[in-house]
Design a protein around this ligand. Structure first.
Ligand code: HEM
Length: 125
């Protein structure tokens, strides 16, 4: 989630936001809204991005994992580069399958994460 404080009285459509009020944007909720992402919105399905964000959802501007505007995440390009390198190295060197002990139980803390971790069976290739 990200928050912004209204520095003056604002009006968004019918909604009045008084000066000093904090507006929270819950990306975790927006990113799983079936109206935007379709009926499988809650499903982990990376293939939905095969044709970019525009191909994945109805309103591409609501996809903002790194926030938006002047306070957008400073580390977003670093984070994406790091993740791509890491993921590439992992899939090149290891083979994975889900352990039968894994329990699917995502929880929302600061981010959405697996409550009891992700138990994997890992084999070096
Ligand atoms: C996948 C990893 C990451 C995600 C999903 C993420 C997400 C976010 C989000 C949502 C914000 C708030 C943006 C807003 O208010 O509009 C933020 C801010 C920030 N992030 Fe990240 N971040 C990630 C990694 C990193 C890394 C690796 C760094 C530093 C190396 C970093 C540095 C920052 C900083 C400094 C801010 C505050 C920017 C400001 O307020 O001007 N982040 N991040």
């Amino acid at each position: 989630m990200v928050s912004r404080e209204a520095r003056e009285d604002l009006k968004f459509g019918d909604i009045i936001v008084p000066k000093g009020c904090n507006v929270w944007t819950l990306m975790g909720i927006i990113h799983q809204d079936p109206e935007t992402w379709g009926p499988d919105a809650a499903k982990f399905n990376p293939e939905r991005f095969a044709n970019g964000v525009k191909g994945a959802c109805k309103y591409p501007f609501v996809y903002m994992p790194f926030g938006v505007g002047p306070r957008v995440c400073l580390g977003q390009h670093f984070a994406m580069t790091e993740l791509k390198i890491l993921l590439g190295l992992i899939v090149k060197n290891f083979e994975f399958s889900l352990s039968p002990n894994y329990v699917h139980d995502p929880v929302l803390t600061l981010i959405i994460e697996p409550k009891d971790g992700v138990n994997l069976l890992v084999r070096k290739v």
